[in-house]
Design a protein around this ligand. Structure first.
Ligand SMILES: Cc1ncc(C[n+]2csc(CCOP(=O)(O)OP(=O)(O)O)c2C)c(N)n1
Length: 376
């Protein structure tokens, strides 16, 4: 393992001090370091998705002639392919970027099913993209030597270069600037309050990360009615659109989306489609903890935006902001009986249980159960 400070010192010596991206738990210690040192010795821009992060690093290069570092989970490589090929590629504008890609689903290692495919194809994908890569070795001397080669690659105008990050590369880093909010409700408690009070025939589409795991545990510890859920464990940001399409196809069923603030921001354009088609059987709930809690609690930009105003401006019929358990209980009748597209933002604290399980059923089993439920 290497220390975050030592790794940064090596990057900094090569004038690499601009960072942006979307976090991954593979390098959550490194993420804590970036959050702490932002505006101190480096710049760390919180992006909305990996596509934007590449664009931010490109703009940084255009303005400074320096190279930006873009961090992402390998799932985000899918989102970044367009700007990597049509903006940064040596055949187009040839913009140098150092990618740091967390390798989830590495072949031979145990990981969640949504990472399996991307884990397998990460290196071949980079080869297809003609982006050279190196799997970081936990040895500072070797890293320093490699970085010299990478800088030569950049100076020769050959476009992006990728560093692949395996789990446990970075030593523990104690965060000093933790994001603390004063909200009292936890997501798990909010889920439980909502679930206990619904009619029990609603379809819940839940977002990537802890929210799906918590909803799964809720159903598992009650009547195990997973068939009324679509657990969107991958494709971060897509839960609201999956829910929209189900709501449009099944107008007699109420569809409730359990979203995260990071996921909602990642695909915020979906608000416009949801508003345009405006199904009256759709409730969009955002559990807003101002962080990517599932990957280590790194901040999102939700603190400076107003989801409710955005939703109303996108033609949602109504929007509510909830900050306490009692306010949530009061809002339940509206969530149940709402006629017209509704957004509910629930401000929550960051305190997911460390012993949260992952779904035992496979994605296909869960999908088939839901589809059978629709057919019967
Ligand atoms: C495209 C993509 N980028 C990054 C990730 C890694 N990832 C999984 S969950 C998550 C955080 C989600 O944040 P939010 O929606 O706010 O929910 P929270 O974790 O706070 O419950 C991230 C970044 C991913 N799955 N997909």
């Amino acid at each position: 393992m290497i220390s975050c400070q030592d790794f940064f010192d090596i990057l900094n010596k090569c004038d690499l001090s601009f960072f942006t991206g979307i976090p991954d738990s593979t390098f959550k210690e490194w993420m804590k370091f970036l959050v702490d040192k932002d505006e101190v010795v480096l710049k760390n821009l919180i992006a909305c998705n990996e596509c934007e992060a590449v664009a931010l690093a490109a703009g940084y290069h255009l303005a400074t002639n320096k190279v930006g570092v873009v961090y992402m989970q390998n799932s985000g490589l899918g989102k970044a392919i367009n700007p990597l090929t049509s903006l940064c590629d040596p055949d187009v504008f040839s913009i140098p970027i150092l990618l740091m890609i967390g390798w989830r689903g590495e072949p031979g290692k145990v990981d969640a099913p949504q990472h399996k495919k991307m884990g397998k194809i990460t290196l071949p994908l980079l080869e297809t993209l003609q982006i050279p890569y190196w799997i970081i070795e936990p040895d500072l001397k070797i890293i320093e030597k490699k970085l010299k080669e990478v800088i030569a690659h950049f100076e020769a105008g050959k476009g992006p270069y990728a560093f692949i990050v395996r789990k446990k590369l970075f030593q523990n880093y104690d965060l000093e600037k933790a994001v603390i909010n004063n909200y009292t409700l936890s997501r798990e408690e909010a889920i439980s309050v909502i679930m206990q009070n619904l009619n029990n025939d609603e379809i819940i589409v839940s977002s990537t990360g802890f929210v799906s795991r918590e909803l799964y545990e809720y159903r598992e510890s009650n009547i195990k009615d997973h068939y009324k859920s679509f657990y969107n464990i991958g494709s971060m940001g897509c839960a609201s659109s999956i829910g929209l399409s189900i709501a449009l196809q099944k107008p007699d069923r109420k569809v409730i989306v359990f979203d995260g603030d990071g996921a909602a921001i990642m695909q915020m354009g979906a608000f416009t489609t949801i508003g345009k088609y405006s199904p009256s059987n759709y409730v969009h709930i955002i559990f807003d903890n101002n962080s990517h809690e599932s990957t280590g609690g790194q901040p999102t930009n939700s603190d400076i935006i107003d989801f409710a105003k955005i939703a109303l401006a996108c033609n949602y019929k109504s929007a509510k902001l909830i900050k306490t358990k009692s306010a949530l209980i009061k809002a339940i009748p509206e969530i149940k009986e709402q006629k017209g597209l509704l957004l509910v933002v629930i401000k929550i604290q960051k305190n997911a249980r460390p012993d949260l399980n992952r779904p035992e059923k496979t994605p296909k089993e869960l999908k088939n159960a839901l589809m059978n439920y629709f057919n019967n």
